[in-house]
Design a protein around this ligand. Structure first.
Ligand SMILES: [Zn+2]
Length: 84
């Protein structure tokens, strides 16, 4: 019951190629699980990268998560009156 499993694997494979084996590894599952908290912290300027280490590297290496991140950030920014 996980139809997107294959695309997530492909995404992780792409990330591994960009970061190499020694980078902090955030999977797409981790990324989606932490995305709302991460974006809230990011908009608040409150240590998003400390809270979720490796998240930024994942977003830079993963177009799917980056797009999700951007739309969520836009949504939250709108909810909070556009303060970024
Ligand atoms: Zn991803």
């Amino acid at each position: 019951m996980t139809p997107s499993r294959e695309s997530r694997r492909a995404c992780k494979h792409l990330l591994a190629g960009l970061l190499g084996p020694s980078g902090p590894e955030v999977t797409c599952e981790d990324c989606f699980a932490n995305l709302d908290v991460y974006v809230e912290r990011e908009l608040a300027g409150d240590g998003a990268d400390v809270l979720v280490p490796g998240m930024r590297a994942h977003l830079e290496g993963c177009p799917a998560c980056a797009e999700e991140h951007d739309s969520l950030r836009d949504l939250i920014a709108r909810d909070t009156g556009g303060r970024i």
